[in-house]
Ligand binder design. Structure first.
Ligand code: AMP
Ligand code: ZN
Length: 136
């Protein structure tokens, strides 16, 4: 399950060298080349899945476990103050590489990053309507 034109397929499967922090038969965890902070890492499945919607449930479960394990390790080893786990799907959501990946971004006090969103406002009626739409 590889895409010959996909750079993350090549990295995950070792065809392109990377700074690997973890590897098993299904995943590779690498340092991001354009890190938001020190230790910014990416969890890559070795199989090609374009995004979360294409990811099989068992791989999603393994990826979540790996996020917990590697996130904790990064925070501990790099003495970070916190961690953002970010996963983008679709260009509108900021996805630039169409091979599923999870960002692990260690956070440090005053690191100058702004990974959170601007809180919005919605009326009770609108919130009710959204919930109704999703639940219908
Ligand atoms: P996204 O915008 O969620 O698709 O994230 C893509 C991430 O991949 C960005 O943070 C890039 O810095 C990172 N990236 C792109 N190419 C490489 C590469 N060859 N090695 C490591 N990280 C990469
Ligand atoms: Zn791929």
């Amino acid at each position: 399950m590889r895409d010959e034109n996909c750079i993350f397929c090549k990295i995950a499967n070792g065809e392109i060298p990377s700074r690997t922090l973890y590897e098993d038969d299904r995943f590779r965890v690498i340092l991001d080349l354009g890190p938001a902070t020190k230790g910014h890492a990416l969890i890559l499945p070795k199989n090609h899945y374009a995004d979360l919607f294409a990811l099989p449930e068992d791989e999603a479960a393994e990826a979540a476990k790996l996020a917990k394990k590697m996130g904790a390790k990064l925070v501990e080893k790099l003495h970070a103050d916190g961690l953002n786990v970010v996963q983008n799907n679709g260009e509108t959501a900021g996805q630039t590489v169409k091979h599923f990946h999870i960002h692990l971004i260690p956070r440090y006090e005053n690191d100058g990053q702004h990974i959170l969103w601007n809180p919005g406002k919605m009326s009770d009626e609108e919130l009710d309507s959204v919930a109704e739409t999703v639940n219908s």
